[in-house]
Design a protein around this ligand. Structure first.
Ligand code: HEM
Length: 429
């Protein structure tokens, strides 16, 4: 057993038992962050705090929520919203948090794409980040069902219904997912289990992995500069703080993060108190009714881009489009839409491998890549806007073109980045 000395205060006492000083050094005071970064690098901490707010508000809601089709709607809209003191506050926090976390996730993702932070040695950070995106999507979808309003019911019916189109096992898979032949009590209770137990636990585990994968490569910086962290941290510790290219995670970097976080929290609570409607669909304030289909069924804003890709292929393609292609077997539009939807959700995982250029640099210093970046962003915004419009007339054509553009951009990426790599090689000679 290690030698236990007389301790001098609680920190000493803990240090002898848990090596807390060493832990604080490794994780905080000697974990190094580049100086050359901007406020966009605070988004990781903003996400962490939003997740904590979602977790705490979720626990509060759980104290009164009832996962039963006969009771769920009233437990949310009456008990929590009207009877329980401050119940409305926790619900607004949960709904606003769910919407904002996606906004911040998209900003965080597009920052990483712009600065090439998914490239060599940072691939696992990117992949664990994408796993977080997928688990958060499942978390949001399962949570949307819980109030058992009209949109909860019909979104669940439409989205689980998609699985029926999976070849061979589709019908069995659908019944297994729903726990019944239609969306019913068993569906609500299994989505409740996913939302409050399995997915939050998975998210916490993946966040830990995401942080751990930052350990060796460290965070990127605005210029994509490769920093020798050992050398630069030595300069810092020797007192040459000005010369050093790095700062400590705590207290230096965290104090900047906290400044950005405070501004974010002001907006967060302004929305919670005064403008929460954007995060709650009015149709969902009507109880679920399996005999009354809403005029338009659409998901929350953060799923609209991929929903539009799914729908982009559902309309009857005008005859003229197929001229000369009649020899091809006709694939049902639903299957094409599902394939495109799968592609849209999976392709981001492959980004580190589709980008063939080795240079880590901001997009504006990477030639054609900057055009690719802005086209992707604009295309996803167009898909998001059109995802909410009714699928008729010109909307179908725009949705189809935007979906094809999305797929085309990812096919073009390796070609553009191979050209970039060859050009860099020629210039290096
Ligand atoms: C709730 C979810 C998430 C949390 C809590 C989180 C947290 C963090 C934190 C604290 C950092 C370091 C500081 C910073 O760059 O902000 C970071 C970096 C990073 N994250 Fe996330 N993240 C999440 C989701 C994602 C997603 C969805 C992606 C993209 C697929 C992603 C990709 C990255 C990348 C590539 C970096 C490295 C950035 C760099 O080196 O400059 N993260 N994340």
């Amino acid at each position: 057993m290690a030698e236990i000395k007389e301790t001098n205060g609680i920190v000493d006492w803990l240090d002898e038992r848990l090596a807390v000083r060493k832990l604080a050094k490794v994780l905080m005071t000697e974990y190094w962050i580049p100086k050359n970064i901007n406020f966009l690098w605070a988004m990781g901490i903003v996400l962490m705090v939003t997740f904590m707010l979602l977790f705490v508000s979720g626990l509060m809601l759980l104290a009164y929520y009832k996962p039963d089709v006969a009771l769920a709607f009233d437990s949310v809209n009456k008990t929590i919203m009207q009877d329980v003191g401050l119940g409305w506050l926790w619900r607004h926090m949960h709904a606003v948090g769910a919407s904002l976390i996606f906004l911040v996730i998209y900003i965080h993702m597009f920052t990483a794409i712009y600065y090439g932070s998914y490239k060599k040695t940072r691939e696992i950070i990117w992949i664990t980040g994408m796993l977080l995106f997928v688990t958060f999507s499942a978390e949001a979808f399962s949570g949307y069902m819980l109030p058992w309003g009209q949109m909860s019911y019909w979104a669940a019916t439409v989205i689980t219904g998609l699985f029926e189109n999976v070849p061979l096992v589709g019908e069995d898979l659908l019944v297994w997912l729903r726990g019944n032949f239609f969306v019913a009590d068993a569906t609500l209770t299994r989505f409740f289990m996913l939302h409050v137990v399995l997915l939050p636990i998975s998210i916490m585990g993946i966040i830990a992995l995401h942080f751990y994968s930052l350990r060796i490569p460290h965070v990127n910086n605005q210029e994509g500069e490769e920093i020798d962290f050992d050398e630069e941290s030595k300069k810092f510790l020797d007192g040459n703080k000005k010369e050093s290219k790095v700062i400590r995670f705590f207290p230096d970097f965290l104090s900047k993060d906290i400044f950005v976080l405070c501004i974010y929290l002001i907006f967060f609570f302004l929305l919670v108190g005064f403008s929460y409607n954007f995060a709650m669909d009015p149709i969902n304030f009507e109880p679920a009714n399996n005999l009354k289909t809403p005029a338009h069924i659409y998901p929350e804003w953060y799923f609209l881009w991929s929903y539009e890709i799914l729908r982009g292929f559902f309309f009857d393609i005008p005859q003229g489009w197929w001229i000369g292609l009649d020899f091809l077997p006709k694939i049902p539009a639903m299957t094409i839409g599902l394939l495109a939807f799968g592609f849209a959700n999976f392709i981001f995982f492959l980004l580190p491998f589709l980008d063939r250029s080795k240079v880590v640099a901001p997009a504006h210093k990477r030639g054609a890549f900057v055009v690719w970046f802005w086209l992707l962003l604009i295309d996803m915004i167009i898909l998001t806007i059109w995802g909410k419009l009714p699928p008729e007339g010109i909307n179908n054509v725009i949705g189809f073109i935007a979906s094809m553009t999305f797929i085309g951009l990812f096919i073009a990426l390796p070609i553009i980045t191979i050209k970039e790599r060859n050009k860099d090689k020629r210039e290096a000679k």
